[in-house]
Design a protein around this ligand. Sequence first.
Ligand code: HEC
Ligand code: HEC
Ligand code: HEC
Ligand code: HEC
Length: 403
Amino acid sequence: MARMLNGECGTISAERRAMCSSPVEPPSTMTLPAHRLAFILLLPLALLGCEEKKEAAIAPADIAAGKAVVEAQCIGCHGSDGSGAAPGIPDLAAQDADYLVASLAAYKAGTRTHAALQDLTGDLKDADMRNVAGFFASLPPLKAAAEPGIPPVLSPYEKGEAAAQACVRCHGEAGNSTIVGIPGLAGQQPRYFVSAVRAYLDGRRSIEGKEMLREMSHVDLESVALYYASQTPARREAPAFGDPAAGEPLSARCGGCHGAHGVSHDTSTPSLASQEPNYLVKAIKAYRDQTRQHNVMLDDNTDAEIENLVAFYTVQESAAAEGAATTVMDLADKCDRCHGAGVEQPTLTVPKIAGQDRAYLIKALRAYRDGKRGSSMMHSMSLPYSEAIIESVASYYASQPAR
Ligand code: HEC
Ligand code: HEC
Ligand code: HEC
Ligand code: HEC
């Protein structure tokens, strides 16, 4: 037994090292606008019946027997008080017993993957699982991970606003550029924003002074993108060139991707409405002349057609690409519908996440987002979530008192 536990703990510390040292992975997705997220959340829970509680006609947990199993096999990592021994190991004290049984069964079945847990659960019978779950559920909640007086957790929008101060002198207040040839960033779609900055950094697009862009971490970049996405672009006057009325029919070929009036609804496709006109002309010509590469952009317009198209897009009213979920509490409101204190979900088995280990929360959310951990509900929740949002929300819940 001792030998096995050592072996297992070796696995864990390697994992922990990886978790502490690895930089944040690139996201597979960026965010959906808040209204679409809200729509997903409002889907009738009945449609998502997969995690419905089964009426259990089974023997109640034997807590003393559960404690014996835990002391023999689990306390090296989960502590006798149910507290995770290292970052990345979840706290189990006071966790929902049905949820614990379900998660142990998922490791055993291999629908949740973790080498150590799969080995350990392989030997556990159903009754053992109920007993250990009953034991951990019976423990008192751990005290809050965070000390009182720590600064409040910032949302990506708030972090992004601070980091965007470096961009104001060119891109204007709140991303409303007033300088000829410099694009506005207000209301821009966040995935497009991130990919545009990447294109400058790796040389696919050219820009002067890209050092300042290089200084941003990936999470900072996503935060800045989310901040700008949530700003409302100011309206613009028609440019001195081109004819908006002549541009409108030409824009029919663009609307399928860029939105009817240049207000994009796709996080990877830029909005064109209210954009700075000289910049737009330059950008469209850059695709045509192949100094900017892209396989989907149309590149057969004449100079005069481009000017008319740009005149049309410049005078269109634009909109913010992201809703107003500005603080981390706004973000957590969506989660608290299921995970909040005192929320009863009679048809759902919902784990407690307040006070949980931060590294574990991040790992769990990435696993749902990337489809590596089965839960139709959490997958649709976390799919739109960028690394920046996952980190903020995880920090927030980790800092809350456990219940
Ligand atoms: C080698 C260290 C180690 C040992 C020993 C260990 N665990 Fe874990 N446990 C972990 C880690 C790490 C995770 C998170 C795995 C993941 O990311 O899915 C975990 C996750 C869990 C979860 C899922 C919790 C949740 O919130 O979803 C349960 C339940 C659990 N362990 C129970 C047990 C039980 C019961 C035992 C003893 C039979 C045990 N563990 C032994 C490290 C360990
Ligand atoms: C010195 C002036 C300057 C500063 C400071 C600056 N930019 Fe820019 N930025 C530009 C110019 C000029 C372009 C257009 C380049 C081109 O023609 O592709 C641009 C383009 C962009 C684009 C692409 C917009 C689009 O619609 O494709 C993004 C995104 C961007 N900048 C982000 C930033 C961020 C974030 C910062 C602050 C960290 C920043 N910029 C600071 C001058 C600047
Ligand atoms: C098949 C979808 C599609 C169609 C059709 C399309 N675009 Fe695009 N467009 C894109 C995508 C995707 C990008 C982002 C490319 C990149 O990352 O450089 C883009 C980028 C642009 C940009 C750069 C915006 C910026 O902020 O730098 C402009 C300007 C533009 N398109 C104008 C047009 C016009 C005008 C038309 C119609 C003549 C058109 N596009 C048709 C998908 C499309
Ligand atoms: C509609 C209800 C619902 C909403 C809303 C919801 N969750 Fe969940 N969450 C669940 C369920 C059910 C599970 C258990 C899924 C499973 O068995 O893996 C879960 C599991 C989790 C877990 C894994 C916990 C553990 O111990 O392994 C985390 C972390 C989590 N949710 C965080 C969040 C966050 C952050 C949000 C808001 C962005 C959120 N959830 C919104 C229902 C919900």
